[in-house]
Design a protein around this ligand. Structure first.
Ligand code: FES
Length: 174
């Protein structure tokens, strides 16, 4: 089964107008404009960043800097399940880099590749989620908008989570 990433190419000015409807054209609305672009396309394509920048009246370079700073924005199409591996200090010290590498291998991702070929999973590094007492933490954003927070993450529980979601997508039970 092949699942397409949640992404579409930006198309017409009409879409742009709908996307930013009700949003005041002001630089302080840049973050909201980018959020709407990502909600529309599933990620931030260069054309979408340009649309947001032009709409709120800031240079493309500024919009691009903001888009690359916050982990909630993605410059590539993301998978149906977005796996965020915290690399904050506590999580890093407790071995989340090993968890990241384990997930990369498990998902069959090459170095630098973010999303699986079937579009089901994407793997990303994230900043602190604010629950450092659970370190190392991995968060899985699900297609229904909910999140699974995995504390004390290790290879065993991460493998079980991936298997569970693969089974669900294949129509099986958990
Ligand atoms: S450092 Fe990972 S949740 Fe804070």
């Amino acid at each position: 089964m092949s699942i397409k990433p949640r992404s579409k190419e930006p198309k017409t000015p009409l879409e742009e107008n709908n996307m930013f409807r009700g949003l005041k054209r002001a630089p302080h609305n840049l973050i909201e404009a980018l959020r709407r672009v990502q909600a529309r396309y599933g990620y931030l394509p260069p054309e979408g960043i340009k649309q947001a920048a032009e709409y709120v009246g800031v240079p493309f370079s500024q919009a691009y800097s903001v888009a690359t700073f916050y982990h909630q924005y993605s410059l590539e199409p993301v998978g149906k399940y977005r796996i965020l591996v915290c690399m904050g200090t506590a999580c890093h010290l407790r071995g989340n880099d090993l968890n990241f590498e384990f997930l990369r291998m498990l998902l069959g991702l090459k170095e630098g590749q973010k999303t699986t070929k079937d579009g089901l999973f994407s793997l990303e590094v994230a900043r602190c989620f604010g629950c450092c007492g659970l370190a190392p933490v991995v968060v899985i954003e699900k297609p229904d908008g909910t999140r699974q927070i995995i504390g004390n993450a290790n290879a065993r529980v991460l493998r079980a989570a991936i298997i569970k979601y693969r089974r669900q997508e294949a129509g099986g039970n958990e």
